[in-house]
Design a protein around this ligand. Structure first.
Ligand SMILES: [Zn+2]
Length: 178
């Protein structure tokens, strides 16, 4: 049931839409206090990720569960009607259901496109969901993020030697023996 009045709903959504929404601040605060440095809303990076960490070639998106449609399954068509099976955290209002389903599906498609473009340009994407930042889950979630960042960092440097041509490698080995 949609318990909010239109006025309340408007205010809620305006708050969710804002640039410095709370979930993003929680992630930033954690990263900063653990010594990570980053840039915010970098326009030159596709999809304008919330947090950009160039050193790790990683873009972090902090997604609100409602707007970005956090869910456990893909949308399915059942008897001509589109049904989205949601996880607990993305509850689509019963009123104007079709409108919300379309809108959120569009957001999901745009997100996927942004992640794809970033990956094609050699960036790693990490998506953190709002519901994973609840006090009880925060530490675990951020440890996962940290692990992913470290893996990304290693991949970048493991990838580098491949850039040498074979002859360059031989040259380097010879130089080392001397
Ligand atoms: Zn969620």
């Amino acid at each position: 049931m949609d318990r909010l009045t239109p006025q309340q709903r408007h205010q809620t959504m305006a708050a969710i839409r804002g640039k410095n929404t709370k979930p993003e601040l929680i992630v930033r605060k954690w990263l900063w206090s653990h010594g990570y440095r980053y840039r915010l809303n970098v326009k030159s990076v596709p999809g304008k990720p919330d947090i950009v960490m160039r050193r790790f070639r990683t873009a972090i998106f902090v997604n609100g569960c409602f707007w970005h449609g956090h869910r456990v399954a893909m949308p399915q068509i059942d008897n001509g009607e589109m049904i989205i099976y949601n996880s607990e955290c993305c509850k689509i209002p019963k009123t104007n259901r079709e409108f919300w389903v379309k809108k959120i599906t569009r957001n999901q498609e745009r997100d996927q496109q942004n992640y794809r473009i970033l990956q094609e340009n050699g960036w790693y994407c990490i998506v953190v969901w709002e519901c994973q930042l609840k006090p009880k889950l925060l530490e675990h979630t951020m440890q996962q993020v940290e692990l992913q960042l470290n893996q990304n960092f290693l991949s970048i440097y493991q990838r580098k030697p491949i850039l040498f041509s074979e002859s360059e490698n031989e040259y380097l080995m010879v130089a080392e023996e001397e």
